[in-house]
Each structure stands twice: as structure tokens, then as C-alpha cells.
Design a protein around this ligand. Structure first.
Ligand code: ADP
Length: 442
């Protein structure tokens, strides 16, 4: 017997006892009347508590549980406990859901939860960005209506999810995505997306690089191979043949050497574990020595002017700066026909320092300018080859300047000439007076 029944029986027994006591004193009618009155009061009290319970159930707040006594006290206490337990579970559920949302938002990959009919239930911000979704508008929509790629729909319906899918040009941007579908729960799916745009770019660069390099190496090797074959086929050593072929073979060998040297320089510059070792570079001295090299390279075919306006130095690598500046200079001489002019200058421009090479050469059509620093990019392939170019010079210049927080500025007009300027920011510059004191102390 539980407590509620016990209390009810005790109340009934007390009322009956009261009646039995009243019977001999007030008579039977009064005793029955008293019993009926007690019962009526009890019924009214129960009805009142039921009404309060109904009222409270319409908006059950734990802090507004009605006060009562007797059986109803127990009932209300039980309701209160149930409600509190339910509220605690709800709070826990909300906290878990929030944690899940925060974890989803922090994920570097996109995640879309689909229901059994492939409708979007939820997705994280990265997935919204990858697929151009808006969760508020798109929840409940078929994912294949929004991610409109035939391969994606095919994959989703094939139920063969072992391999990830590569999607190009998604709805949101020019992204390349790797999309993996993961089945879970009761025939539901998770769609995971990863941005592999950069990876794809690097892979394309690698492929192009290998193709370009193979192409560059093939010509000299074919020439060398051809000559060697002819010589070995000749029964006797033909001096005349040797005299004609040896310079050409040497020429091709030098070309391959230059190519390999430039490749090694580029690879050293690109190696992340090769930080720049800063030293104080006496740029005016460096530029004067490069001017002498330019005179030798031109061999009197050009008028070469030198303009050192600034005595400022740079903080950086002398070896790398020499390599960058000399590439710019040799280009000016190689792409300027005989009789043309070349001007080499080292100047201050506001708080920047500029090494520039201006020439009156063939110039570059504007559409080519943004691509000149790409490896193996040439405007005129045969002219570059004829003049001993490797197609890597400006790529080296760009890397060296990057490592010195500098940049390359190119202005050019076809048929009239070009200016290539290496610009260095303020923090790299050692002012002329400081440089002078360094010379004195040296
Ligand atoms: P290359 O070894 O072919 O000269 P670079 O990387 O040094 O390779 O230059 C890339 C291309 O930029 C050259 O092939 C050429 O078409 C163009 N170029 C560079 N410097 C000049 C210049 N001073 N005048 C005209 N064109 C130039």
C-alpha cells in the first residue's frame, strides 16, 4: 500500500471515528450530517487542487508549483521533480547541441547532414561557403537541387562512396572541392567537403614544370646526340666535321648548364628551410660592378648609362641581390637591339629604394606583362633561346625580391623599350649616413 492510499484511509478512519463519537452525544442525524459535511469539504478541497493543477499545467514553471497539503502535496512534489528533471535534460541537450554546432563551425572542412531522402538537415558554415548554401533557406531542400553537378547526383544515388569526388567550379566560387559521402545511422548520409584548390594549383604547376623542363632539355640533347652519332659513324676522325660541330655542341652544353644553374638557384630560393641571411649590402658598389659586367656583355653594342642617386645600402643577401639585378641587366641587353640604350639606376623614391633598368629595346605587349615572372614564360621563345635565355631569370628576380619584402614593377611599350624596377621597402634600407659610417669603421 503506498503513502497516498494510507493517508486517504487514515482521513476516512478519522472522519468515521468523529461520527461515532458524535453519535451518542448529538444523535444519529447530526453524526451522519457531520460525516457528510467532512466528505463534502474533502471533495471541494480535491476539486480546488485539481483546478490549480490544471491551471499550472497550462504553463508549468518549476518555481510556480502550487502549494497544497495532504495527498496533493505529494502529487505536486512529484510533478515538480518530473519537471525539474525534464528541464535539466533539456539544458544538457541544448548544451550538447551547442557544443556540436561550435565544433561544426570550427571544422576546416564542410559538413552537410542529409536525411534518408537526401534533404539537407544541417550544415556547417564551411559547407555553406563551399556549396553556396544558406542553411536558413535551404534546410529541408534536396541537396541535388542545390549542388547541381551530375557527377555528385550520380555518386549520391550510386551508394558507392569508397572514393572521394572532385568537383570543380562550385556554386559559390571557383573552388575545387574534394567531396566524400559518408553513410551513417538509418540510411542517412554525411557530405564532407574539402577545399583542394591550392593543392590542384600546385599539382598543375608541377605538371607544367616537368613538361616545360623536359621540353627545354630535349633540344640541346637532340643536337648533342645528333652530332655525337654523326662523329661516331664517320670511320676516320674528320677534322672539318669536328671543327664545325664542336662549337655547336659546346653552345648546347652551356645552355644546359645555365638551365641547371638557374633551376638550382630557384630551388634554393624556394626551399622553405633556407631563410634569408641578412647582411649589409653596399648596393652602390654592387651596382657599379654590375655596370662593368653589363659593358662586357654588351661588348660596345649599346650605350649604357649609370645613375647612382642614392648612397643607401640594403639589408639582405648580396649574393641573391646580385643574381636578381644581373638577370634584369642581362635581359635589358639581350632584348635591346644593337645601338640601343640601357640606363641602370639606384635611387630613393619617397621612403622606398629602387634599382631600375631602363632600355630602349623591343618592349613587351601589355597582355604578357603579368605573366613574365612565371617560370619558362617567354614572349618570344626563339629570341630568348637565341640570346641564351633560360626562361627562369625573372622568376628568380621575383623570388629574391619576395625574400627581401620587395617587388618588381614593369612598364613597357612594344617597340620603344621597358623599365624593370626592383622596389625595396623602408625597413630594408640602410640610410646613406649610416652606410657612410659603416664604410669608415670598416
Ligand atoms: P629569358 O631567359 O627568356 O629572358 P626571363 O624570365 O628573364 O627569361 O624573362 C621572361 C621573358 O620576359 C623573356 O623571354 C622576354 O620575353 C621578356 N623580357 C624580359 N626582360 C625583357 C626586356 N628588358 N625587354 C623585353 N622583354 C623582356
Amino acid at each position: 500500500m503506498n503513502g497516498i492510499w494510507r493517508r486517504a484511509l487514515i482521513l476516512l478512519a478519522l472522519s468515521t471515528l468523529l461520527c461515532l463519537v458524535a453519535w451518542p452525544i448529538f444523535g444519529a442525524t447530526a453524526a451522519v450530517g457531520l460525516f457528510a459535511a467532512v466528505m463534502l469539504v474533502m471533495v471541494i478541497l480535491h476539486l480546488r487542487n485539481i483546478s490549480r493543477l490544471l491551471c499550472w499545467l497550462r504553463d508549468p514553471k518549476p518555481d510556480a508549483v502550487p502549494q497544497a497539503f495532504g495527498i496533493w502535496d505529494v502529487v505536486f512534489a512529484m510533478f515538480y521533480r518530473m519537471l525539474r528533471h525534464q528541464r535539466q535534460s533539456e539544458t544538457q541537450l541544448v548544451a550538447t547541441l551547442n557544443d556540436f554546432r561550435l565544433a561544426g563551425a570550427a571544422m576546416p572542412d564542410g559538413m552537410v547532414i542529409l536525411d534518408q531522402a537526401d534533404r539537407i538537415e544541417w550544415c556547417n558554415p564551411k559547407a555553406q561557403q563551399h556549396f553556396g548554401l544558406d542553411l536558413k533557406l535551404d534546410a529541408g531542400q534536396q541537396i541535388t537541387y542545390l549542388v547541381r553537378h551530375p557527377q555528385f547526383a550520380e555518386k549520391l544515388h550510386s551508394r558507392n562512396y569508397s572514393e572521394p569526388l572532385t568537383l570543380r567550379q562550385s556554386r559559390a566560387a571557383d573552388l575545387v572541392l574534394s567531396v566524400q559521402i559518408v553513410p551513417y545511422g538509418d540510411r542517412q548520409n554525411l557530405v564532407m567537403s574539402r577545399d583542394i584548390t591550392e593543392l590542384e594549383r600546385v599539382e598543375t604547376m608541377r605538371r607544367d614544370f616537368v613538361a616545360n623542363l623536359s621540353h627545354e632539355m630535349r633540344t640541346p640533347l637532340t643536337v648533342l646526340g645528333g652530332f655525337l652519332e654523326t662523329i661516331s659513324d664517320a670511320n676516320t676522325a674528320d677534322n672539318d666535321l669536328l671543327r664545325r660541330s664542336l662549337p655547336l655542341m659546346m653552345n648546347q652544353t652551356h645552355r644546359m648548364q645555365r638551365l641547371v644553374e638557374d633551376l638550382l638557384t630557384l630551388s634554393r630560393l624556394e626551399t622553405s628551410g633556407n631563410p634569408l641571411h641578412d647582411e649589409r649590402v653596399d648596393v652602390p658598389r654592387l651596382v657599379r660592378s654590375l655596370y662593368q659586367d653589363a659593358l662586357a656583355l654588351s661588348a660596345g653594342r649599346h650605350r649604357i648609362a649609370l645613375d647612382i642617386e642614392s648612397e643607401g645600402w640594403l639589408s639582405g643577401s648580396e649574393h641573391e641581390l646580385r643574381s636578381a639585378f644581373s638577370n634584369m641587366l642581362s635581359n635589358a641587353i639581350r632584348y635591346t637591339p644593337e645601338g640601343g640604350e640601357v640606363e641602370i639606376a639606384w635611387r630613393r623614391r619617397g621612403d622606398q629604394a629602387v634599382f631600375s633598368v631602363r632600355d630602349s629595346g623591343i618592349g613587351v605587349p601589355p597582355q604578357h606583362i603579368p605573366r613574365l615572372t612565371e617560370r619558362f614564360y617567354r614572349v618570344d621563345r626563339s629570341r630568348s633561346r637565341e640570346t641564351g635565355g633560360t626562361g627562369l631569370g625573372l622568376a628568380i628576380v621575383k623570388h629574391v625580391l619576395n625574400r627581401h619584402e620587395g617587388w618588381l614593377e614593369i612598364t613597357s611599350e612594344p617597340g620603344r623599350g621597358s623599365t624593370f624596377a626592383a622596389v625595396f621597402p623602408e625597413p630594408r634600407i640602410i640610410a646613406a649616413d649610416v652606410a657612410e659610417s659603416l664604410v669608415q669603421t670598416a
